[in-house]
Design a protein around this ligand. Structure first.
Ligand SMILES: O=C(O)[C@H](O)[C@H](O)COP(=O)(O)O
Length: 401
C-alpha cells in the first residue's frame, strides 16, 4: 500500500497503537467521538461497544474494515456492513473469563455480606455461550448446582437428534436461587429467540421470592421499570443497565452491587480483544496482498500480580457460610467488587443531571483500575483441604506449594 492505512481507533482499546501501528497510521479518539465526520478520514475503524456502527456512519466513507474489540456486537449493524462490502471482525470470548470472575466475586461478596452460603445454592445460567459456559463449571466448583437455559443451543442439539442439558427459561426461574444473564442482546429481526426486554415483570414474577438476580450481559435484556421494582425486592448485582450510560439513579441506589459495565475489563481480556482484532486486520490485509508481522501481545501485560494470602482457616471449615466468607476474603484481595461499587455510587451521586451522569459513567470506565484474571494469582499460606477445589477450580487461583 503506497499511502499509509489510516486507522481510527477508540482510545479505550489498550495497546491499539502498538498492535496496529505497523500496519498504518493510528489515530485515537474517545469511542463516542467516532462520528461520520471522523470516519471520512479513515480506512479502518477499531471500536468498542460505545460506537454505533451502521450505514449512517460508514456509507460513502473510505472505511473498508471495522473491528470491534468486544464480545457483543449489538452496536454493529452487520448486515449493513455486508451490504457496503466493509470487512468486519470482533472478539468473541476475549473477556469471558473477566466477566465470569466479576460475577463470582459478586456472588461471594453478596453471600458473605448476607451471612449466607453459596455452596448448596442453585445457579440459573441464562445463556451458555463464552461467558455462561465458562461460569457454570467454576460455580459448580464453589459448590453450586447449575440449571441452564439456552434456546438456540437446545434447538441445535435437538436438530442433530442429540440430548442436551437445557431447560426452558421458566424452569430456570422457578428452580434457582440465583439467576444470572449471559445472553447477547438481540431483536426479533436478528434471532428467533430475541432477548431485548426478555426480563420484564413476567420473568421476575416467575423467579423464586428473594432469589438473587445478576446482569453482566446487556442492560437492554431487562425492562427498566421491572428492574427498579425488583431491585427493592431481591439482591440485584448489576454491571449493565437499561439506558446506559445513564442508569436510573433509584435502581443504582437499590442494587446490592453496581458497576459501570466493567465486568469484562480485566486487562487480560481487553488485551486479548486487541490481539484478536490485530490478527483479523492482518488477515484482511493479507487477503489484499499486504503481509505484516504478527503483533506480540505479551509486552502489553505486565508481570503477574503479587500473591494473595490464604485467610485464617474458619473455625468450622465444613460450614458453607464460613466457606463463602473465607473465599470472599481471599477473592477480594485480587479484585474488590465492593470498591468498584463504592466508586460507581460516589461518582454518580456527585453528578448532577443526565449529561453529567453519562460523563461520570464513561469516566469510571476509562479510569477503571488495573485488574488481572485470577489465573495470575498464587495463593500463599494454608488452604484448608475442604476449600482446595473451590480455590483451584472455582476461583482458578494457583495454590502455592
Ligand atoms: O461486549 C463486550 O465485550 C463487553 O460488554 C465489553 O466489556 C464492553 O466494553 P466497552 O467496549 O464498552 O469498553
Amino acid at each position: 500500500m503506497d499511502t499509509p492505512l489510516r486507522i481510527l481507533a477508540d482510545a479505550n482499546i489498550p495497546a491499539a497503537t502498538d498492535a496496529s501501528g505497523a500496519l498504518g497510521r493510528v489515530r485515537l479518539l474517545p469511542g463516542r467521538e467516532i462520528t461520520r465526520a471522523e470516519a471520512e478520514g479513515a480506512d479502518v475503524l477499531l471500536v468498542r461497544s460505545v460506537t454505533p456502527v451502521d450505514a449512517a456512519l460508514l456509507e460513502g466513507t473510505p472505511v473498508r474494515f471495522v473491528g470491534s474489540a468486544t464480545a457483543g456486537t449489538d452496536h454493529v449493524d452487520r448486515p449493513a456492513l455486508g451490504h457496503l462490502g466493509v470487512g468486519f471482525a470482533w472478539a468473541p470470548g476475549s473477556n469471558a473469563t473477566s466477566v465470569v470472575e466479576h460475577v463470582l466475586a459478586a456472588l461471594l461478596a453478596v453471600a458473605a455480606d448476607r451471612g449466607e452460603a453459596l455452596a448448596g445454592k442453585t445457579l440459573g445460567v441464562v445463556g451458555t455461550g463464552a461467558v455462561g459456559g465458562r461460569l457454570a463449571p467454576r460455580a459448580e466448583a464453589l459448590g453450586m448446582s447449575i440449571v441452564a437455559s439456552d434456546p438456540p443451543r437446545a434447538a441445535a442439539a435437538e436438530a442433530r437428534g442429540e440430548a442436551h442439558p437445557y431447560v426452558p427459561l421458566d424452569a430456570v426461574l422457578a428452580q434457582t436461587d440465583v439467576v444470572t444473564l449471559h445472553t447477547p442482546l438481540t431483536t426479533a429481526a436478528e434471532s428467533p429467540w430475541p432477548t431485548r426486554g426478555l426480563f420484564g415483570a413476567d420473568a421476575f414474577a416467575a423467579m423464586r421470592p428473594g432469589a438473587w438476580f445478576v446482569n453482566a450481559a446487556r442492560g437492554g435484556v431487562v425492562d427498566a421499570t421491572a428492574l427498579r421494582r425488583e431491585a427493592a425486592r431481591r439482591p440485584c448485582v448489576l454491571d449493565v443497565w437499561p439506558g446506559e450510560p445513564t442508569p436510573d439513579p433509584e435502581t443504582v441506589g437499590l442494587a446490592a452491587l453496581g458497576s459501570p459495565h466493567v465486568a469484562g475489563y480485566a486487562a487480560d481480556g481487553k488485551v486479548r480483544g486487541t490481539a484478536m482484532l490485530a490478527a483479523a486486520l492482518r488477515r484482511w490485509l493479507a487477503a489484499g496482498g499486504a503481509e505484516a508481522a504478527p503483533w506480540d501481545e505479551s509486552a502489553a501485560l505486565g508481570p503477574d500480580p503479587p500473591p494473595v494470602a490464604a485467610p485464617p482457616a474458619p473455625g468450622d471449615v465444613e460450614d458453607p457460610v464460613a466457606q463463602a466468607a473465607w473465599l470472599d476474603a481471599l477473592a477480594r484481595q485480587a479484585f474488590s467488587v465492593r470498591a468498584e461499587d463504592a466508586r460507581f455510587r460516589a461518582a454518580l451521586d456527585a453528578a448532577g443531571g443526565a449529561a453529567e451522569r453519562a460523563a461520570a459513567f464513561a469516566d469510571l470506565r476509562r479510569t477503571y483500575p488495573a485488574r488481572r484474571e485470577w489465573a495470575h494469582y498464587a495463593v500463599e499460606g494454608e488452604v484448608p483441604a475442604p476449600l482446595r477445589r473451590a480455590v483451584a477450580d472455582g476461583l482458578g487461583m494457583r495454590i502455592a506449594g
